[in-house]
Write a new protein. Structure first.
Length: 261
């Protein structure tokens, strides 16, 4: 089963096309990561499937419907989005920001209901933030803040989570912490997760499916063992890679590399 069907989309800014005639299917209930060099269109593709950008041509199909024919709240009940640079308004507590995830389920300007509190407390608990719920966002570390944004997305109670570089600016331990959390949500909650990552080893280790792009085009897609090959990495990144098997996932990882001569 697929979460999204992207059919021959062309996307760009002003008169410049970033993606042209790209088609790809994103599996449901799995972790899919988009990889590729800087400027290749990874984030543009992510913004297109999450309806932040509208394709100039082609279509994005969600649950059998063109995503742009669905209402905003209807889409928000199906997917939650964590942008690359998420910033909270000043003065908010952890609980207050997470509670914003319930907005798509509310009618008008009404107070939170019992069901809303249930989802908010669950999201705080599963992300390990219950002890921080009354703290100001500004008082948290980078890793903790990222967890708050993920908790807000979880409180939204959607089948799909879309994250653009969720580990950016985090140290190694916090990167691993976030990715293990996303893996847990996928395995235990069955959430479909679609994200962009720059770290190839993280992408391979934590993904069920990889999409490799270059210059706005799809180069290859499939399970990590199919995509993470020396020939594919040479084609996508112009590197000669030395690969080995990850002891934690049994997927291929890049031990070292050099630029192609």
């Amino acid at each position: 089963m697929t979460a999204f069907n992207v059919d021959r989309v062309a996307v760009g800014y002003s008169n410049s096309l970033i993606i042209d005639e790209l088609s790809v299917s994103i599996p449901k209930g799995e972790i899919t990561t988009i990889i590729g060099p800087n400027g290749c269109g990874k984030s543009t593709l992510l913004k297109t499937i999450s309806r932040i950008l509208r394709a100039k041509n082609g279509s994005v199909i969600l649950d059998g419907h063109d995503i742009h024919r669905l209402g905003t709240k209807e889409v928000a009940k199906k997917m939650a989005i964590l942008p690359q640079t998420a910033e909270a308004p000043g003065g908010l507590t952890v609980f207050e920001l997470v509670s914003y995830g319930r907005f798509p389920h509310q009618k008008g300007f009404v107070s939170l209901k019992k069901e809303d509190y249930t989802y908010i407390h669950w999201a705080l608990d599963v992300t390990g933030l219950m002890a921080f719920k009354d703290r100001p966002i500004e008082a948290l570390s980078g890793g903790q803040r990222q967890r708050v944004w993920i908790a807000m997305a979880l409180a939204q109670d959607t089948e799909i989570l879309i994250l653009d570089e969720p580990t950016t600016y985090l140290d190694m331990a916090h990167q691993l912490d976030i990715l293990l959390l996303l893996q847990k949500l996928n395995r235990e909650e069955g959430r479909t997760i679609v994200m962009v990552l720059h770290d190839l080893n993280h992408a391979s280790r934590f993904s069920d499916y990889l999409i490799a792009m270059k210059e706005g085009a799809l180069i290859t897609e499939g399970k990590p063992e199919k995509v993470m090959t020396c020939s594919n990495l040479q084609r996508v990144f112009q590197i000669d890679a030395n690969l080995m098997t990850c002891p934690f996932s049994a997927n291929p990882i890049c031990l070292s590399y050099q630029l192609c001569q």
